[in-house]
Design a protein around this ligand. Structure first.
Ligand code: HEC
Ligand code: HEC
Length: 201
């Protein structure tokens, strides 16, 4: 743990000392601030989700939502309200475009035994339980489109937490229909969906 903390401090010091040489390129400095938490190639790290290959319009909407404090779940408050507070609309668009062009890797950290159930739910929904097909909006390969996010390859822990928190009433102002859909999913359905999605490339 200490080693981890020290290496993070070393990275921060590096960023600070490198800053003057990037004086003409604010973007480079900003990416480094973000990748400090989201991982060096933005593949996600700990609680911070992958940003690589996420839809540009979706990233933009989330950054505005952190800035406006409408995305109000605990980690968003703790980590992202501050990180997004001073970003101008132009910088937000710039960062969103940048991260959307990076190649993604799948987290592949879910429960393998639940993946088949998750896939069936994702592709066909469950009419008996009134569960919609996610593929209709998020795409057959969970690639997303415009303001609808890519889900394929995001980490199991992030997906599970996000789907659960909508049901707890957080980020109730997110674009429809997710707060309604997610609050109708059972804990087991959430685990199955998150397990499947974490392996999708
Ligand atoms: C101190 C750590 C930290 C820093 C610095 C940070 N983030 Fe985050 N970010 C997080 C965490 C943790 C979350 C997950 C919030 C949640 O659970 O809802 C997150 C979530 C996000 C999301 C939402 C992704 C999604 O799939 O919904 C976006 C977009 C984002 N961050 C972009 C950025 C950008 C751009 C920067 C740099 C300006 C940045 N972050 C800096 C920790 C950080
Ligand atoms: C009618 C369209 C639609 C359907 C159907 C739909 N979604 Fe979504 N989903 C969205 C939109 C739009 C967003 C972005 C919400 C926002 O702006 O915060 C989203 C966001 C998400 C996110 C957040 C991703 C992130 O990076 O934080 C998850 C997870 C998600 N959806 C999972 C699902 C699952 C699982 C299903 C099926 C049970 C599903 N969605 C069905 C439209 C849809």
């Amino acid at each position: 743990m200490m080693k981890f903390v020290r290496s993070k401090i070393a990275v921060l010091a590096l960023v600070a000392s490198a800053a003057p040489s990037f004086a003409g390129d604010m973007g480079t400095v900003k990416f480094r601030n973000c990748t400090w938490c989201h991982g060096e190639s933005a593949q996600g790290y700990g609680a911070a989700p992958r940003l690589a290959a996420q839809r540009s319009k979706y990233i933009e909407n989330q950054l505005l939502s952190f800035r406006n404090h409408t995305r109000n779940n605990p980690f968003s408050k703790q980590y992202m309200w501050g990180a997004a507070a001073s970003l101008s609309p132009g910088t937000i668009r710039y960062l969103a475009n940048y991260f959307s062009t990076l190649p993604p890797q799948a987290a592949d950290d879910g429960d393998k035994e639940l993946a088949a159930t998750g896939r069936a739910l994702y592709e066909h929904g469950n009419p008996d339980l009134n569960t919609v097909s996610c593929a209709v909006c998020h795409g057959p390969n969970a690639e997303g489109i415009r303001e609808i996010p890519r889900l394929g390859g995001l980490s199991y822990y992030y997906l599970k937490r996000k789907l659960k928190q909508w049901g707890e009433g957080y980020h109730a102002t997110a674009e429809p229909p997710m707060p309604r859909i997610a609050s109708g999913l059972s804990a087991t359905q959430i685990e199955a969906l998150a397990s499947y999605l974490s392996v999708v490339k």
